[in-house]
Design a protein around this ligand. Structure first.
Ligand code: HAM
Length: 430
């Protein structure tokens, strides 16, 4: 029987792979401009890391982790998100010592969640995100929101909705949880099994329930804004003030609580519905966390970050026709006329490539007409034709495939020749 890919995963090739790389490289470029530095981490971590940070009350830990015992009987998990691993590494490697705060990282790579595959939901997907660590300034929160917004705008997404809320400090949340428990106690027996569990572990999470009947009940629940401590209220106001001054649009969504346990104070999500009305879910989300670094053994300082789901970003860009032609054609197609010139042609190919030109060579012995058709199919701009005569004189014939003009050029001068002809997109960055 044919072996197929695992459910909830997908293969990426052709123009789709180019579009994906384009999105990823733009995200990296903008994070770099915002002075974030890359961090790369293992895909596998001890399961306990996620239980302690993401939280055993979260859906991610309760239902979605790819966890297995390795041959040494250790419980290992394929990362379901990046933040926990970054803080683990930050603490383990004492990256906070002698550092100027905030310490700012960006990251990119696959994450794994045993989610129900559907539109915008995979079991292996990719996140790009940032974490800004150890600054107590609210401007650190504003900076990551601004960065995320700048990335989405630079990709051409107009009308991104930033939903923002504060889930307050511990005092706020304790008081609010009590109020929620009291409110939901009247309804909980008729709510979904997940909500019953959330009611016991973390009633805040009930606000996130997607079951339509439960959502109706959630609508009448008390609002967190009535329970803010004065410090949390002030913090949220300051964040909004700075966003206003940077003209970053947002809307307050007081039911936004986020699905991971480490958050405190400001949380946010980035939403965009494509022009055809397709909603893939949040393109990204994140928030501030007060205790995570200390809980994993580091200094008692906060952090803030966000992650995008790259597949969702790529999907909306595709739907709205916001990709250009990302697939680059071959620039030169080298055509050796006979076996005797094969090695000479290989050398010419290498010379062109070292000169930064996208070059392919026909490796098989083929008739001129066959090679010529291939060059056209590959969208080549030039055919580089090599026969015995050219080899003898250390030259090549360069045929412009759009004008059909042909010139004999010395191999020594071939790069100079193309320097005068090749547009930038076919060359390596200088
Ligand atoms: P998250 O909201 O769990 O946050 O995931 C971030 C993004 O990953 C989502 O907004 C969505 O675009 C994408 N995503 C989530 N699940 C799936 C899925 N099954 N298939 C495809 N895409 C998905 C975090 O992971 C936090 N670590 C964000 C953060 C960073 N908070 C602070 N720093």
């Amino acid at each position: 029987m044919e072996i197929r890919n695992v459910k909830g995963t997908y293969d990426l090739y052709g123009n789709d792979a180019n579009q994906y790389s384009y999105v990823e490289s733009l995200m990296v470029a903008i994070a770099t401009i915002f002075a974030f530095n890359e961090i790369r981490l293992p895909v596998i971590e001890h399961s306990e890391l996620f239980v302690r940070s993401v939280g055993d009350g979260s859906d991610v830990v309760r239902k979605e982790m790819y966890t297995f015992l390795d041959k040494g009987n250790r419980s290992i998990t394929l990362r379901p998100e990046f933040t926990a691993g970054i803080i683990r590494s930050f603490v383990q490697n004492k990256l906070y010592a002698n550092a100027d705060y905030p310490v700012k990282y960006f990251y990119c790579g696959p994450v794994f969640r045993y989610d129900r595959p559907q539109l915008g939901r995979y079991r292996q997907f990719n996140q790009f995100g940032v974490e800004s660590l150890c600054s107590t300034s609210i401007s650190a929160d504003v900076e990551v929101i601004t960065l995320a917004y700048t990335i989405l705008s630079s990709l051409g997404l107009d009308g991104v909705k930033i939903k923002i809320n504060s889930i307050g400090d511990e005092e706020t949340r304790e008081n609010y949880k009590k109020a929620l428990k009291e409110y939901f106690s009247k309804y909980i027996d008729n709510m979904c099994e997940d909500c019953k569990c959330r009611y016991e572990i973390n009633p805040l999470r009930i606000l996130d329930c997607k079951v339509p009947e439960d959502q109706e009940i959630v609508k009448g629940a008390p609002k967190i804004s009535s329970y803010y401590s004065s410090a949390s209220k002030e913090r949220l106001e300051k964040v909004l003030f700075e966003l206003d001054s940077l003209e970053i649009p947002y809307e307050i969504d007081d039911s936004l609580v986020r699905g991971l346990d480490y958050y405190s104070e400001v949380v946010f999500e980035f939403h965009y519905v494509s022009k055809s009305g397709k909603d893939y879910g949040a393109l990204g989300g994140g928030g501030h966390y007060d205790k995570l670094i200390a809980e994993l053994g580091g200094p008692s300082l906060p952090g803030v970050g966000f992650s995008f789901g790259i597949e969702r970003v790529v999907s909306v860009l595709k739907d709205d026709g916001l990709f250009g032609e990302e697939e680059m054609g071959t620039y030169c197609y080298v055509m050796p006329m006979g076996e005797s010139v094969h090695e000479y042609a290989l050398n010419v190919t290498q010379t062109l490539r070292l000169g930064g030109l996208r070059t392919e060579m026909c490796y098989e012995q083929a008739k001129f007409s066959t090679m010529f058709k291939r060059a056209l199919r590959k969208n080549a701009k030039y055919a580089v034709i090599i026969g015995e005569e050219e080899m003898k004189n250390n030259t090549v014939q360069i045929k412009d495939l759009s004008t059909q003009n042909q010139e004999c050029v010395k191999v020594d001068e071939i790069i100079k020749y193309f320097d005068e002809h090749a547009p930038r997109e076919y060359k390596e960055e200088e």
